[in-house]
Design a protein around this ligand. Structure first.
Ligand SMILES: [Fe+2]
Length: 317
């Protein structure tokens, strides 16, 4: 039996004693075992005992119950017994669970549409608890799965968009475009994407095609905005020129392309991948200001400082 038809959830998003409005399954030795029935709850002792098992690979909910899971998390976000930091962690883990599934959805148009509620929830939380948004960013700092990275890029982009004064509608579009900016990597060979170590020249040639390939994928669907397409196509352009694939510069680059260029680079520098040591936030910012100066819109880089200052936990780490 495979896990097809189910999506993974973290045990940390399930609260003790509360009845769960969906069946919760445990995946052991290739078998899906019904662990908590709809309407039942788990005791806190049991949750604690099970934590060693919660590697992110064990607990599942059926795809038919995706909405019930979302509603359950929404209820938790309104709870008065959880701190904002706990809510941030729950929102992150539950969003990643949904995203992991969406990133495997073959129809990108559907995936984009289904990502909207994630962005709405994030924006609501960012407005309600601005002091806790640093906790939305990966705490472990060493997962470089596409959905983790794309999620973090979205948080930084939304923060930057807010600092730049974008209105709610534009922020929603910015969040979606940040989540899917690397959609073209679906067409890059897996051994290149997962290579442990630097890419050779031929591999780079393929990797550098991902913005065009992303645009090609998005163009196959109706109703995807130019801004979402621009973030995908222009996030490897450089403010002073010399980027790819079009070698645009300055204002020629769509603002979404300039934002994602910045937040994507920042997150890549501060996240551990198999072959690099993550930089501390202050080091990464210093490098973006000096060695990489010219790559980013200077006004946006300045605004990024204020965003990271707000996420002080992350910056101070
Ligand atoms: Fe990219």
């Amino acid at each position: 039996m495979s896990t097809a038809g189910y999506f993974r959830v973290r045990l940390s998003t399930i609260r003790a004693l509360q009845p769960t409005p969906f069946d919760l399954y445990l995946y052991i030795d290739g078998k899906m075992i019904l662990y908590v029935k709809t309407g039942d709850g788990i005791s806190s002792e049991k949750i604690q005992k099970l934590h060693w098992r919660d590697t992110g690979e064990s607990f599942f909910v059926s795809n038919d119950n995706k909405q019930a899971y979302r509603d359950y998390v929404k209820g938790l976000m309104n709870s008065s017994t959880m701190s904002n930091d706990e809510k941030a962690a729950t929102l992150r883990e539950s969003s990643i669970a949904i995203l992991e599934d969406l990133f495997e959805t073959p129809d990108v148009g559907v995936a984009l549409e289904e990502s909207k509620p994630i962005i709405t929830d994030l924006l609501n939380f960012m407005n309600e608890a601005p002091g806790s948004i640093g906790n939305l960013i990966s705490l472990s700092g060493h997962d470089f799965y596409t959905y983790n990275h794309s999620f973090d890029v979205s948080i930084y982009s939304l923060g930057l968009g807010q600092a730049l004064g974008f209105d709610r509608k534009v922020l929603e579009e910015l969040g979606q475009s940040s989540l899917f900016h690397d959609v073209g990597k679906r067409m890059v060979a897996l051994e290149i994407l997962c290579k442990k170590g630097p890419l050779d020249e031929a591999e780079w040639v393929q990797m550098r095609q991902h913005p065009q390939w992303g645009l090609k994928i998005l163009n196959e669907h109706q109703g995807i905005s130019d801004a979402i397409k621009a973030a995908c196509m222009e996030h490897h352009e450089s403010w002073s020129g010399g980027g790819y694939p079009q070698d645009l510069s300055g204002q020629e680059i769509h603002p979404f392309g300039r934002i994602v260029a910045l937040t994507d680079t920042y997150d890549a520098m501060t996240t551990q991948r198999s072959y690099n040591v993550p930089m501390r936030p202050t080091e990464a910012l210093e490098m973006m200001k000096t060695k990489l100066q010219g790559r980013f819109d200077p006004e946006m880089l300045k605004a990024m400082y204020s965003v990271l200052f707000k996420m002080e936990k992350k910056v101070a780490s």
